[in-house]
Write a protein that binds this ligand. Structure first.
Ligand SMILES: Cc1ncc(COP(=O)(O)O)c(C=O)c1O
Length: 384
């Protein structure tokens, strides 16, 4: 089976993990954690990086630090991986789901702006301007753009809308290490950006995440909250409810080695994307995800639309090519079906019903890509 997306572990991973084992520094303290944090922050162009167990907990901490409470709304796209919404729910807040653009599959920013223009009143409270939803009188505290599949929307427009409505921006950049909008890296626009390094991401630590921010105070607080809010290195004194969300040194060691290889892995993903786009152009009714000229995407997971998605999915999985459908839109999941969903014509449903992801590992060989393409061509020539 040609896998969908597996890690590429051909650098110093063994060496650095062995170093942890040899020295006994396997747990939550250790130099690889700091090194990995610095590598990610520096690559992204952010001042600070805070390592954590995974992207989901990073999103949780970012929201706590943005001041999101159980009384608030947080805006998110209707098409995302469940972790974005789970992180909102961990704070007790409720999501406002915005439909997606049918071409880029990112949050539809025109829809977002119209919704806010018509449904929000800005009030002054304790010296701050804040947006309140007119119907429910609940505060809308933050917005979480998700850089879906490593693509990005118009971040200038999003940041303008966020500023107009006093929303904190927490970028779910979990899939977007190596993606840029107008040469500025994903995760560096908002108050926080959060990256994931789980098994299928462009680099992997097995499981892991890094929160990035330019705000020194927030960075310190993020470290504090992810380490049980302990105030003294000697005494067991804690000043608030904290979390044990640390990334352990042995996993950070893998991350350091992966980052050394990252330029190569990114180039490989972009080559793969270009190969698939050339070879699959005009095949059947295939429609590619649109990436604007202002975006340099990391090409994380090659996904396209076809009205034969279900049949193709079964065909490829039965023929040695691991493929997956897209995420079910959030408004269709039991837990979120009563939440606010803003849409004109439910583009999410259409994107979901037609999208399929195909093998995209950074280490995929030309021969494997040729097999993937030939199976897809075979499907369209013999099944349609
Ligand atoms: C869009 C999105 N958000 C959040 C996450 C959560 O990251 P993690 O799996 O590291 O918790 C992921 C990855 O799984 C993701 O793809």
């Amino acid at each position: 089976m040609i896998p969908l997306s597996v890690p590429y572990l051909n650098g110093n991973e063994w060496k650095y993990v062995k170093d942890c084992l040899d020295t006994g520094w396997i747990s939550s303290a250790g130099s690889y954690v700091t090194q990995f944090e610095e590598q990610i922050a520096s690559f992204v162009g952010a001042k600070y990086g805070i390592a954590c167990m995974n992207g989901t907990v990073g999103l949780h901490i970012a929201q706590i630090l943005a001041g999101v409470t159980s009384e608030d709304y947080v805006i998110a796209p209707n098409i995302t991986f469940i972790a974005t919404l789970n992180a909102i729910k961990y704070t007790g807040a409720s999501p406002i789901l915005i439909d997606v653009d049918p071409h880029s599959w990112q949050m539809d920013l025109n829809l977002l702006e119209n919704f806010l223009d018509e449904n929000v009143v800005i009030k002054e409270s304790q010296g701050f301007s804040q947006s309140y939803h007119k119907t429910t009188n609940k505060r809308i505290k933050a917005i979480m753009p998700v850089h879906v599949l490593g693509n990005m929307g118009d971040m200038n427009k999003l940041m303008k809308i966020a500023s107009k409505f006093h929303l904190d921006v927490i970028e779910d950049s979990t899939e977007a290490l190596g993606s840029y909008f107008q040469k500025k890296h994903a995760g560096s626009f908002g108050k926080f950006g959060v990256f994931s390094f789980n098994g299928n991401k462009i680099i992997s630590t097995g499981g892991g995440g890094v929160i990035v921010t330019d705000d020194e105070e927030l960075a310190k607080k993020a470290k504090h909250l992810t380490t049980q809010a302990k105030v003294s290195s000697m005494e067991y004194i804690h000043d608030e409810i904290g979390y044990n969300y640390r990334l352990v040194n042995v996993l950070a060691a893998i991350g350091v080695a992966q980052m050394e290889e990252f330029p190569k892995l990114l180039a490989s993903k972009r080559k793969m994307d270009s190969y698939y786009r050339t070879q699959l152009n005009g095949v059947g009714d295939i429609e590619f995800q649109e990436v604007s000229d202002e975006v340099d995407a990391n090409c994380w997971l090659f996904t396209f639309k076809t009205k034969y998605m279900r049949q193709l999915l079964n065909f490829l999985n039965d023929n040695g090519v691991q493929s997956r459908p897209f995420w079910m839109p959030m408004n269709q999941l039991e837990m979120f079906k009563n939440d606010i969903f803003i849409s004109n014509d439910n583009q999410s449903e259409q994107v979901y019903a037609s999208s399929i992801s195909i093998p995209s590992s950074a280490g995929i060989s030309l021969q494997e890509m040729e097999t993937v393409v030939s199976k897809i061509k075979l499907f369209y020539s013999s099944n349609i």
